[in-house]
Design a protein around this ligand. Structure first.
Ligand code: FES
Length: 143
């Protein structure tokens, strides 16, 4: 019981280097507060994220995942974020089929100039995952 009381969600944030990571940096340099629950993984483009990275994260002890990339039309590699959007749409259906609650895995576009938006996205994701509680399904790691 005490373990649950002290529980804090662990969230992996996959951030595209060119927009969202820079947005996170801007949030930091602007001293905009957001929950410290995320662990950032910087990727060259949201299109680089293999859906299995997300599944593996969920199997190994995280309670939620957020993926942030450049806004549509602004991908540094032109179409990487469109590819990501298609993959994540399919992944969401698969995760829902596997019984994962909606909100464990979220996607959002954040540009380099959107430090405040980055902080808001992370706050919303953290709130949602915290409301769902510790991840039981898919997890190979007991909490
Ligand atoms: Fe940012 Fe492709 S470079 S999503």
């Amino acid at each position: 019981m005490a373990e649950t009381e002290n529980w804090e969600p662990k969230i992996v944030a996959f951030l595209c280097n060119w927009c969202s990571y820079a947005g996170a940096d801007l949030a930091g340099t602007s001293r905009i507060q957001y929950p410290p629950n995320i662990r950032v993984i910087r990727v060259p483009c949201s299109g680089r994220i293999n859906p299995f990275f997300i599944i593996a994260s969920l199997q190994h002890g995280v309670d939620g995942v957020v993926v942030c990339g450049c806004h549509p039309g602004e991908c540094h590699y032109l179409t990487g974020n469109y590819s990501a959007r298609r993959k994540f749409t399919l992944l969401k259906d698969l995760l829902e089929y596997a019984g994962l609650e909606e909100g464990r895995v979220q996607f959002s576009w954040v540009s380099a100039s959107e430090g405040a938006r980055f902080a808001r996205v992370i706050s919303e994701v953290t709130e949602k995952v915290a409301a769902l509680g510790p991840l039981e399904k898919l997890s190979k790691t007991p909490h």
